[in-house]
Design a protein around this ligand. Structure first.
Ligand code: FAD
Ligand code: NAP
Length: 312
């Protein structure tokens, strides 16, 4: 039986792997359905990972992480996990898509989350070349420039406020004329002079060239359109948390979740289920940054060691 099963091999899972093995757990396996590294490997540039200077890609950043973990004994299995269950005796079973399973004394789930796409023409083509789903990651690249934000929920409005501090102007494009977000956030938006509301506007097509995005066209109900010339388009139209592995056969979740599908954790990444920890983008209030996911993974690993040792 494994001392600890880690599900997902992004920054959170790999750091959990490093800390559990180096911290003395003898038998730890990380189950990752693809190549280790996580979603940051899709990024063409990361400049906010502390201590790492110069132009590096997300892939460059992540390449050494698995090797460092393997040095301390982390086993990596390329498998898709379909479900994690727990017996009344507290033993976890890791069910895999090939029909096999593994047992573990503790589990750290780090399967991340996936921002939704809005579906306008050019969104996928220019993703990472002007179209972004992360203001903290990419906002600085547009310092002093104009950008567009798509969406009318809490995330879109909060990220628009964040971008308004860095960019010269933010066009907040929303398909209706009322917002879903908290009234206090809407007030702040309306009182921010460099945010222009573009309402009842459906994003139709992002345009660009070899250098990347140069504008977005939006359409209105009366059939008219407007071209907004911006080098950056930030899309915040919701998020899919990769929480399927926690879903049980009866449709319930293995631990408590927030109403929007994130795992509820305390400050030590403990879930409501003993021996089960969650780390990274899938946990509630995650800042969705590599450095934070890695920090979560380390915290969860220290708690998993204490749990397996009986100090919990
Ligand atoms: P993830 O990185 O999403 O890793 C989850 C892993 O779990 C994946 O490898 C996935 O394959 C695996 N997995 C999922 N389900 C299963 C399953 N059922 N079985 C087995 N494996 C599974 N952050 C920054 O700090 N700075 C940046 O500049 C930055 N730029 C970004 C640019 C882009 C284009 C993107 C997409 C993200 C960017 N981020 C950036 C955010 C950063 O990538 C995430 O916050 C971070 O990767 C989250 O780490 P994680 O380990 O929680 O999840
Ligand atoms: P959300 O509340 O689902 O909002 C998504 C927004 O995107 C909506 O305004 C929606 O428009 C718009 N949208 C969806 N699909 C679109 C498309 N294809 N094209 C154009 N626009 C599209 O998502 P979220 O903002 O990420 O928030 C998710 C949850 O987290 C919410 O419950 C939110 O309250 C919560 N949250 C809370 C905080 C906080 O409390 N501080 C911060 C962030 C998130 P419509 O409105 O027309 O549907």
């Amino acid at each position: 039986m494994l001392d600890c099963a880690i599900i997902g091999g992004g920054p959170a899972g790999l750091t959990a792997g490093l800390y559990t093995t180096r911290g003395g757990l003898a038998d730890v396996t990380m189950f990752e359905k693809g190549m280790p590294g996580g979603q940051i490997t899709m990024s063409s540039e990361i400049e906010n990972y502390p201590g790492v200077t110069g132009h590096i890609t997300g892939m460059d950043l992540m390449i050494p992480w698995p090797e460092q973990c393997q040095k301390f004994g982390l086993k990596h299995e390329m498998s898709e996990v379909t479900r994690v269950s727990r017996s009344s005796e507290g033993i976890f079973t890791i069910h895999k898509s090939d029909g096999t399973s593994a047992e573990a004394k503790s589990v750290i789930v780090c399967t991340g989350s996936t921002p939704k796409r809005a579906g306008f023409v050019g969104e996928d083509v220019y993703f990472g070349r002007g179209v972004s789903t992360c203001a903290t990651c990419d906002g600085f690249f547009y310092k002093g420039k104009e950008v567009a934000v798509i969406g009318g929920g809490d995330t879109a409005l909060e990220e628009a406020l964040y971008l308004a501090k860095i960019c010269s102007k933010v066009y907040l494009i929303h398909r209706r004329d009322t917002f879903r977000s908290a009234p206090s956030t809407i007030d702040r938006i309306k009182n921010t002079p460099n945010i222009e509301l573009v309402l009842n506007a459906v994003p139709e097509e992002v345009s660009g060239d070899a250098m990347g995005v140069n504008g977005i066209r939006v359409g209105f109900k009366d059939g008219t359109t407007r071209q907004i010339d911006v080098p950056g388009v930030f899309v915040f139209v919701g998020n899919d948390v990769n929480n399927q592995v926690l879903k049980q056969e009866d449709g319930s979740f293995l631990c408590e979740m927030t109403p929007w599908g994130e795992v509820k954790v305390d400050l030590s990444m403990k879930t409501s289920t003993p021996g089960l920890f969650a780390a990274g983008d899938m946990r509630e209030q995650a800042p969705k940054q590599v450095v934070c996911a890695a920090g979560d993974g380390a915290v969860a690993a220290l708690q998993a060691i204490a749990y397996v040792d009986g100090h919990h």
